[in-house]
Design a protein. Sequence first.
Length: 379
Amino acid sequence: MSKKIVLINQHTGYLFADVANAFAEEYDEVVLMAGRSSGLNAKADSRIKWQPIIPYNRNSTARRFLSWITCVIQISWLLCSKYRKYDLLISSNPPTASTLLPVLFRRRITLLMYDIYPDGLIAGNFVTEKNIIYKCWAWLNRRAYKRVNKIITLTKGMAQALAVYAGKEKIQVVPAWSNIPAGALAIPESENLFIRENNLQGKFIVMYSGNMGKAYQLEPLVYVAEYFKDNNEIVFVIMGDGWKKEILQQLIAEKKLTNCMLLPYQPNELFMHSLSAFHVGVVSLAQVLEKVAIPSKTYNLLAAKRPVLCIGSEGSGLADFLQENETGMAIDPLNIEAMKTYIDRLYNDKPYFDLLCTNAGKTAIHYTKARAKDIVALS
């Protein structure tokens, strides 16, 4: 019997592209429903059929929710009209899909949970647990998750959070990974386009790259940059877009900092160069998610063989991960002094910096796209 599956992800990055490619090796027909594809090496196998759906719109809270709802309506129509006998792998993007589609369709369904909703609404300070939206969504989750075959998520903490909605026996953990090809980051400074375009030659670069959403603690980087403002060799680069971008712009301007750069998302051809440029990679961890999340960008920072600074709870899952592997440090957002000390040591203590770089490389080899095959095996 022919094995056919529809993979659903409104905004496909490299993790899901790797998953799709892994399914293409095992299934007779693979359909990827996606509104947009982005991220490092996010290229699907030529054997995969791409079915366009409404893209994710993050321009405002209202447009975000509207894109989630209209996308699920479109997906439902497609599953009824074109893909009636296909198994389903549903990601949590849009989050409404992983809740509503298992209620609407009786098929073999696997959920791949990158985020947990309605918990994410609380993390973003959109609602409280008393809100009717939260209560209804949580109730629907319990109904939906009873019908799925498996629920796959990224960390033990996320598995524990999902256990509120589903039996533990259904939940499996497959960690995220890096998709950086071996040796791709060996771009010398003299050939690095990112360094050249931003006049960063000879600089020690502390970099955050990604979403500047409401829940992300990024202001501490500006306060740390202020401490090093008289050291013209250390530069702080904050790259990306989101809700906090304007706040960061104002903060940098108020403090008249010339060692703190705010840049937009880089085009794909410069992304690998930016990963070759930095010396310390920054991850911001929302307080509500501190026990459940290890952001996927962490694995790219490790693959770059660089130390990690996590702005987040020192009791988080990511803090434990960094400590166990000796690859970096998690520091509370309010502890600016500790961040200063950490950056200062990495800059001045070369043996310590080199040790963390070596450990990052050793850790990264355990988190490659081979992990995507584990998701196929569990589905």
